[in-house]
Design a protein. Structure first.
Length: 528
């Protein structure tokens, strides 16, 4: 008898989503995680001091809110397994050192009112942009949680209408191009330009313009979901669902090889030599650069194209701090009240400074202008810290390989101190409020998860040639691995990309089709 119907390599949220759907379909699922903890990029840990719960990677859950997994509560994660979110009124806010701020509210009228303090013309333009984002959202949303349409068919379909051609144009231009067309005030342009940076690319990068509409559409319709108890609450709910349906999720089980038998995935070999077998197939969070090494006999063209996928030069560096008191921003709201948002972007003085920061990263240099973002989720979920205390999660962009020859393990504390010093220009009680901190360099990111190769939290760069049905490559864009039947892929390097999308649902759909399962009929126990 096989050890499981389906073996899943890695307990990142995408693998867990796929496993949960298939467990609910009646399959015996075994998830194997190499780390001592579960969740991949969706994990909460006491990184600094006991009682301070930090989200080591993903901080808020945005795009998964439109996924039927949560939108319809497909698997009962909310109704049965305790997953809860809060949705603050201000998901994102730009803060400048001169004290000016620009919030994006879920209510577009409130955002327009804030923009009007910079430009009445830009406020009116924003309302039109908001209407357009809302109009495009259903089409965009429909393609994010199922296997992507073939690129040729997608292009042909969009090219048949004026609206489709407008979307195609917006998909091709840079965020900078788009902002120059839409807005007149540099701070408004920079505010939306910073959105591109959250996708690990410069606002000058071509084919980023549509991201502004996607971001705004999701922000206004769904908000930024702050998971109560930490990002790992999603992981815990998924594991509870899997176990409730007879599956198992095991830590400390690193996989070194996928076993094949007659051209079909038949199991895995663990690092200690243990062999586990699968009756129906294997799902793997296997980075394309690693795939040829883990799957012997992969067709040569599949292996070649997987190995040559590109990784973004903008790697992430994060700092997690335990605080003696909540952050005290020097800037205030226009009515004098303290700032409140899920995500604060600490903006450089000039829009050009932001653009040049990414230019330097392209050449492997450190940015002369820090682009620090910060979240203080104890504002919205006090359960993450002892009473009266707080946490922050800050991030910036750095090169993976340092030109100065220094080792990141030796130098990361120094960079973390520089980040905190930069934050102190905007926040009055830093660094004094910091009780302790933990920092992760791009090298640490890579160690945490092989999906985050070279510190790329999206697995591979989100370029047009690595998007949609061509993500990560045309051969692997439908989650199946050519030449190895019943081997399926999950991870940030698959469509729709990095971030918390719940994209394992699409992998489960593909595998269900191959196994003759009616995916639309998959239901958890005790649900109609």
């Amino acid at each position: 008898m096989a050890d499981a119907d389906i073996l899943v390599i890695g307990s990142g949220h995408n693998g867990l989503v796929a496993a949960a759907y298939l467990a609910c379909a009646g399959k015996r699922v075994l998830v194997l995680e190499r780390n001592a903890w579960h969740g991949g990029g969706v994990v909460s840990r006491e990184l600094t001091r006991p009682g301070f719960i930090h989200d080591q990677h993903s901080m808020s859950h945005i795009f998964i809110q439109g996924n039927p997994l949560l939108l319809n509560d497909d698997l009962g994660l909310k109704a049965k397994y305790g997953l809860r979110y809060v949705f603050p009124d201000v998901p994102m806010m730009s803060v400048w050192e001169d004290g000016s701020t620009l919030p994006l509210h879920r209510d577009p009228a409130k955002s327009a009112e804030a923009i009007a303090r910079f430009s009445h013309k830009d406020a009116a333009t924003f309302l039109k942009m908001s209407e357009q984002a809302a109009a495009w959202l259903p089409m965009i949303q429909a393609g994010l949680y199922s296997p992507p349409m073939p690129l040729g068919a997608q292009t042909a379909m969009m090219d048949q209408s004026a609206e489709g051609r407008e979307i195609m144009r917006t998909m091709g231009v840079s965020t900078f191009d788009l902002m120059e067309e839409l807005f007149e005030h540099d701070k408004v342009k920079a505010h939306f330009g910073r959105v591109a940076g959250e996708n690990l690319v410069s606002p000058d990068e071509k084919a980023t313009g549509i991201g502004a509409y996607v971001f705004l559409g999701f922000l206004e319709k769904f908000g930024f979901g702050v998971p109560v108890g930490g990002s790992g609450s999603l992981t815990r709910a998924l594991i509870a669902c899997i176990e409730d349906h007879g599956g198992s999720v095991q830590a400390g089980k690193p996989v070194r090889e996928v076993l094949t038998d007659g051209g079909k995935a038949a199991g895995v070999v663990l690092d200690d030599g243990t062999r586990l077998t699968a009756k129906d197939g294997v799902i793997g969070a296997i980075h394309p650069h690693i795939l040829p090494d883990m799957v012997p006999g992969l067709p040569a063209n599949v292996a070649h194209n997987a190995k040559r996928t590109h990784i973004t030069p903008a790697a992430c560096f994060t700092v997690h701090a335990a605080l003696d008191a909540p952050l005290q921003f020097k800037a205030k709201r226009h009515d004098g009240a303290p700032l409140s948002a899920v995500m604060y972007e600490l903006m450089p003085a000039e829009y050009e400074d932001m653009r040049r920061a990414f230019d330097e990263l392209r050449y492997g240099n450190f940015s002369p202008t820090p682009l620090v973002g910060v979240g203080q989720l104890t504002q919205h979920d006090p359960s993450r810290a002892p009473e009266g205390k707080a946490i922050f999660h800050a991030w910036d962009y750095v090169p993976y390989a340092r030109k100065d020859g220094r080792n990141w393990d030796e130098a990361k504390g120094e960079f973390a101190e520089k980040m905190i010093a930069q934050m102190s220009k905007y926040i009055a009680n830093l660094p004094d409020a910091v009780l302790d901190y933990h920092c992760d360099s791009p090298v640490d990111m890579e160690r945490t998860s092989p999906s985050f190769l070279r510190g790329d939290l999206h697995g591979i760069a989100t370029t047009p040639y690595q998007s949609g049905s061509h993500r990560p490559t045309p051969e692997l864009g439908q989650y199946r691995v050519p030449g190895v039947e019943r081997l399926y892929l999950v991870g940030p390097f698959q469509h729709p990309g990095g971030g918390v999308f719940g994209a394992g649902r699409a992998t489960a759909m593909v595998m269900a089709e191959d196994l003759g399962i009616d995916f639309d009929e998959v239901r958890p126990r005790n649900r109609p």
